[in-house]
Design a protein. Structure first.
Ligand SMILES: [Zn+2]
Length: 904
C-alpha cells in the first residue's frame, strides 16, 4: 500500500505575489490523512525544530530536506516519542513516515515502534505478517495493518546511542469509519497596525478528508470597516481606517463535503493604533552620579566591590576554559607577527569579556561618596582598564575587524583558512556581530568614563563599525545577518553617541548599517530560533531564543525611531504586544525555556522558567527603546518592573554569586560561574546604568522615569544642564522630593511618571492603586495634567526649585489571566514595584492564602540587608512572611512567587 500525504495546503510560503494569484486548489485525496486533525505532542523537541512540521503535509525530497520544517530531538539520545491525539477515536489502517537525517546529530532511528492507546495500555501495532516500521532514508516508510480504532497513536524512536532522531513527515491513513473532522485552520498572528496601512494576513487550512476548501475572511468585531484585498484568498492584505480593537475570522469550508460539512475557523486580534512616535527624545547617558538610596547603594556596592572584581579575576586566568583575556593577548601576538595559541572557549567568548569591560566603565560613574571600599574597588577597576585597553586594541585587526576566534582560528583551523571565515553564511554561529556589538558598546562606555579625554577605544569601536560598513551593505557589498543579534542595537547606540560627540548626522552611517542588517533578516527564509523565519517587518510574535529576540526587538525599536515607517512600527508594536501581553512572566523575565533557551506558546508560562539573566537585560533595553520611541509611561513602568524583579535578583545580596536562569519556583542556589558566562557582565552593566533608566530628555523638557535617591546632571535640557536630586527611600516609602538646579532659569516641561502596576494584560493587581498624591512645587499644591502616563509641570525652573509628591504604596494581590494555567489557583503579592516571594526559610510554603486575609507591610532592618516584608496568615491560621523577589534564595531552601490561594 502506498500512502501519499493527501490534503490541501492553501498557503505555506511567504511569497505574496505568487499567493495572491493562486486560488484555493486541491491535491486530490487518495486516502484521508488523519494526522491533519490530530494534536501532536512529544517527549522532547529541539529548539531548532518544529514539532507540527510532521503533520503539515509536505513531501520531502530527501531525509535532509527541512524546507518545510522537521521534528528532531537533538541533543537527546535514547528512546523518544511523538504522539498524535484525536478528540474522537479514529479508525485507521496505515501510516507513512519520512525520517529526518541531517547526517550529523540527527540520524534515522535504530528501531521504531508504532503504539496505540488501548484503555490504559499502549499496544504495539504490527502488519499482518508481523512487520514493523521500516527504517529507510530518503523515502516514505509505510506500514499497513488491519483497521484499528484509537484516539492516541504514538511512535517510539530508539536512536543508535550516539545520535538523536527525527521525523519530517508522518501521515495516518483513514480506514473509512472515522468521524468527520473540521478543516484545520491556522490564522495569522495577532498584531498591531497603523490606520490606512495594509497588513499581510496568511492563513493555512488543511482538511483531513481531502477535497477543495473555500476560504473566507470576515470582520467579527471592531469600531470601523476592514478592507480585504481578496476576502477569499488564503493570503491577503487588510487595511483599517478607524483605530481600535478588531477581531477578524478566517473560515475554511469543504466545497464538496465527503465527510462532514462544518467550517473550520481561526480568529486574529488586531489593534489599530494611531499613536505616532514622539520626535525629539534622547537618552541621558550614565555619567557621574551619587546614590543616597539605601537599597541601591548596597546593591551597587556589592556589584562594584565583589561581583565585578570576581569577573575580572576570572577573565585574567590564563587557563580559563571559557577563554578570557588570554584570547585577546594571543590575537595581539599573532597580529604583531609573533607565535600565538589558538582561540579558547566558545566562539562568543570575547563577548562576556567585553560586557564586563563595559560594566567596569559604568561602575566608575558612581560617586564613592566616602565609602573607601567602593573607592578602592574603583581604583582597581581603573588600573585594570588601563592594563586591558591596550590589549583589546592590539587584538583588533588592522582593518578594524575584531573577533579573536576568527583572527586566531581554533585548534582545528589556523592561519589563512581562519581569516577567510569572516561573514560566511554557513558560519553564522561564529557570533561575529554579537562580539562586535559588545566591543562597540564597551568602546562608548570607556569614552564616557574618561570624560571624553581618552578616545582610543572609542576610535577602535568606530573603526570596527567602519570595517563592517565597508563589507556589509547593498551590492556590490555583501548581505549579512548575524546568528545572534547584538551588533544592531550597538550600532544604533554608536550612531546616537557619535552624533552627540561629533555633530548631528556624523553617526548616520552606523544607523544605516544597523538597518541594513535588520532588513537582511529573514529575506530568504529561516528559522524561529534566530528570528529569521520571515523579514523583521512581518514578525508579529516573539519566537525563538529569548536573548536574541529581545536584542533584535530593541534594535527594531531604534530603527523605528531612526527612520520610522509604518511596517517597522507595526512589527515593533506587535512584538511588544505579544511579548508583554502573552509571554512575559510577572517578574518581567522572558523565555519559558520550552524551546531552546526560548519562548513557548502564548500564555505558556510554567514557573520552572528559564528566564535567562541576559534576556532580562535585553528586556530592559527593549522597554527603554520603546520609551524613547513613544514617550509613554507604560514602557518605563516595565523598565521598573524588570529592573527590580528580573535583574536585581540575578546576583545575590553579597555580590558573590549569580544565576543564569531565574525560575519563579526554585530551590537552586546561585553560583560563582557558568560554563556559558554571557550574563556575567551584562547584569552589572544594566544595573549600574541607573541615570539612563531614570531620565529621558524631550525636545521640550525632562522626564523622570524612576524614583531612586540620587543626584546626577541631565545635560542640555532645552539648552541648559539640570542637576536633578531625588531624596526618597522609595520603594519602601512613597515620599519623593525632587530638586532641580538648572544652570540658568529656563522654561521647560518636567514629566513625572505616574506608576501603573498593571503593565501587562496577563496580570491584574487588586486593589488598583495609582496616581500621584500631594504634589507640590516649592510648597504650593498643584494638580498637574497627566499626558501619556506622566504628570506634566510646565514652568520656569530656577535653581533650588523643589517638587514634592507621594507615590501610593500598599499591598496588592496579583492574579494571572485564566489562560496562564501554571498560575491558576494561585496569587502573587506586590508592594509598589516590588514582587514578593514566599520562602521555605521563613515557613512551609505550601499553605493557602485566604483571598480576604489581611496582609501588612513591615520594615525589617535586620533582615536581608533591610527590606519591607509582607506579613499575614495562611487560611489555616499559621503566620507567613513574604520577602522581596530580589532578595530571594539568599538563605537556602525553596522560593516561590505564586502561592496557593484558598478558593473559598
Ligand atoms: Zn546570558
Amino acid at each position: 500500500m502506498t500512502l501519499k500525504p493527501a490534503f490541501v495546503i492553501l498557503a505555506l510560503t511567504a511569497s505574496l505575489a505568487g499567493l495572491m494569484a493562486r486560488t484555493p486548489t486541491t491535491a486530490v485525496a487518495q486516502q484521508a490523512n488523519l494526522a491533519v486533525a490530530a494534536r501532536v505532542s512529544t517527549s522532547f523537541v529541539s529548539g531548532h525544530e518544529t514539532l507540527t512540521a510532521v503533520q503539515d503535509g509536505a513531501s520531502p525530497r530527501s531525509s535532509d530536506d527541512t524546507s518545510h520544517g522537521a521534528y528532531g530531538n537533538w541533543p537527546k539520545h535514547g528512546v523518544q516519542w511523538v504522539q498524535y491525539s484525536w478528540t474522537r477515536p479514529v479508525n485507521i489502517n496505515g501510516v507513512a513516515v519520512y525520517w529526518y537525517d541531517d547526517n550529523r546529530g540527527v540520524r534515522v532511528p535504530q528501531a521504531a515502534r508504532l503504539l496505540r492507546r488501548d484503555g490504559n495500555l499502549w499496544t504495539e501495532i504490527k502488519a499482518a505478517d508481523g512487520k514493523t516500521l521500516s527504517l529507510r532514508k530518503d523515502t516514505f516508510n509505510t506500514l499497513a495493518f488491519a483497521p484499528v480504532t484509537t484516539d492516541k497513536l504514538r511512535m517510539e524512536l530508539t536512536g543508535n546511542g550516539k545520535s538523536s532522531t527525527g521525523v519530517i513527515e508522518w501521515t495516518v491513513g483513514d480506514a473509512g469509519k472515522s468521524p468527520a473532522f473540521l478543516p484545520v485552520v491556522s490564522g495569522p498572528a495577532d498584531r498591531v497596525v497603523r490606520p490606512g496601512v495594509k497588513t499581510e494576513l496568511v492563513a493555512t487550512a488543511r482538511s483531513a478528508s481531502g477535497g477543495d476548501l473555500a476560504i473566507a475572511w470576515s470582520r467579527v468585531s471592531g469600531p470601523g470597516a476592514v478592507a480585504f484585498d481578496d476576502p477569499n484568498a488564503a493570503s491577503t492584505c487588510a487595511s483599517f481606517t478607524t483605530p481600535g480593537e478588531y477581531v477578524l475570522r478566517v473560515t475554511a469550508r469543504l466545497v464538496a463535503a465527503r465527510i462532514g460539512s462544518e467550517d473550520g475557523s481561526a480568529d486574529v486580534h488586531v489593534k489599530v493604533r494611531a499613536e505616532q512616535p514622539l520626535v525629539g527624545q534622547s537618552e541621558v547617558l550614565t555619567r557621574h552620579y551619587n546614590l543616597t538610596s539605601p537599597l541601591w547603594k548596597a546593591r551597587s556596592k556589592a556589584l562594584i566591590v565583589n561581583w565585578i572584581p570576581h569577573c575580572v579575576a576570572q577573565i585574567d586566568k590564563p587557563d580559563l576554559r571559557e577563554g578570557g583575556i588570554q584570547n585577546l593577548v594571543e590575537a595581539g601576538k599573532k597580529l604583531a607577527g609573533r607565535p600565538s595559541k589558538p582561540h579558547v572557549g566558545y566562539p562568543f567568548s570575547n563577548a562576556w569579556v567585553l560586557n564586563t569591560v563595559e560594566a567596569m566603565c559604568v561602575a566608575l560613574a558612581r560617586d564613592a561618596d566616602g565609602d573607601t571600599e567602593v573607592a578602592n574597588a574603583q581604583s582597581a577597576i581603573r588600573k585594570k582598564l588601563d592594563e586591558w585597553v591596550p590589549v583589546i586594541l592590539a587584538a583588533q585587526e588592522p582593518d578594524g575587524y575584531f573577533q579573536t576566534r576568527i583572527t586566531l582560528g581554533d585548534a582545528r583551523e589556523k592561519g589563512q583558512a581562519a581569516l577567510a571565515r569572516r561573514w560566511r553564511a554557513e558560519l553564522r554561529g561564529e557570533h561575529e556581530g554579537y562580539v562586535a556589538g559588545y566591543f562597540i558598546e564597551a568602546g562608548i562606555a570607556h569614552h564616557i568614563a574618561s570624560g571624553g579625554t581618552d578616545a582610543r577605544f572609542y576610535e577602535a569601536a568606530k573603526k570596527l563599525a567602519d570595517c563592517w560598513a565597508e563589507h556589509i551593505g547593498p551590492p556590490p557589498k555583501q548581505e549579512w545577518y548575524d546568528g545572534h543579534e547584538e551588533i544592531e542595537q550597538a550600532l544604533f547606540r554608536l550612531a546616537a553617541y557619535v552624533d552627540g560627540v561629533e555633530g548631528a548626522g556624523k553617526g548616520r552611517k552606523y544607523a544605516r548599517l544597523a538597518r541594513f542588517l535588520l532588513d537582511c533578516r529573514g529575506r530568504h527564509g529561516g528559522q524561529d530560533y534566530d528570528q529569521t523565519q520571515v523579514p523583521v517587518t512581518r514578525q508579529y510574535r516573539a519566537v525563538g531564543h529569548a536573548v536574541r529576540a529581545v536584542y533584535l526587538y530593541s534594535a527594531m525599536a531604534s530603527a523605528a525611531r531612526a527612520s520610522g515607517g509604518a511596517n517597522y512600527l507595526s512589527a515593533v508594536d506587535s512584538l511588544w504586544n505579544n511579548l508583554v501581553n502573552r509571554k512575559m512572566y510577572i517578574t518581567g523575565g522572558v523565555g519559558s525555556g520550552e524551546t531552546s533557551e526560548g519562548f513557548g506558546r502564548d500564555y505558556s508560562l510554567p514557573n520552572d522558567a528559564y528566564c535567562e539573566s541576559c534576556a532580562s537585560a535585553g528586556m530592559l533595553f527593549f522597554q527603554h527603546q520603546m520609551s524613547l520611541l513613544y514617550g509613554d509611561a507604560r514602557y518605563a513602568d516595565l523598565c521598573e518592573d524588570v529592573l527590580y524583579n528580573a535583574l536585581l535578583s540575578d546576583v545575590d545580596l553579597s555580590g558573590r554569586n549569580f544565576t543564569y536562569t531565574n525560575a519563579l519556583d526554585t530551590d537552586e542556589a546561585r553560583y560563582k560561574w557558568h560554563v556559558c558566562p554571557c550574563c556575567v557582565g551584562n547584569i552589572p552593566r544594566a544595573l549600574l546604568s541607573l541615570p539612563t533608566w531614570m531620565y529621558t530628555r524631550q525636545a521640550d523638557g525632562l522626564a523622570v522615569n524612576l524614583f531612586i535617591g540620587s543626584k546626577t546632571t541631565a545635560p542640555n535640557v532645552t539648552g541648559t544642564d539640570v542637576v536633578v536630586t531625588q531624596a526618597t527611600n522609595y520603594p519602601w516609602d512613597g515620599k519623593v522630593t525632587l530638586q532641580l538646579d538648572p544652570g540658568s532659569p529656563k522654561v521647560f516641561a518636567l514629566r513625572i511618571r505616574v506608576p501603573s502596576r498593571h503593565a501587562s494584560e496577563l496580570y491584574t493587581p487588586t486593589p488598583a492603586i495609582g496616581g500621584i498624591e500631594a504634589l507640590a512645587v516649592n510648597g504650593q499644591t498643584l494638580t498637574p495634567t497627566v499626558e501619556q502616563g506622566y504628570a506634566v509641570i510646565r514652568r520656569t525652573w530656577t535653581a533650588g526649585d523643589r517638587v514634592e509628591f507621594t507615590l501610593p504604596l500598599s499591598v496588592q494581590r496579583e492574579k494571572a489571566n485564566k489562560a496562564v494555567t501554571a498560575d491558576q489557583g494561585r496569587v502573587a503579592l506586590r508592594y509598589g514595584p516590588i514582587l514578593y516571594n514566599f520562602e521555605s526559610a521563613d515557613q512551609p510554603i505550601d499553605g493557602k492564602l485566604d483571598s480576604s486575609a489581611r496582609i501588612t507591610a513591615q520594615w525589617r532592618r535586620e533582615l536581608l540587608g533591610g527590606v519591607t516584608v509582607l506579613r499575614g496568615k495562611f487560611s489555616d491560621g499559621t503566620p507567613f512572611q513574604a520577602v522581596p523577589d530580589f532578595a530571594r534564595n539568599n538563605r537556602g531552601g525553596r522560593s516561590i512567587v505564586w502561592v496557593k490561594e484558598d478558593s473559598r
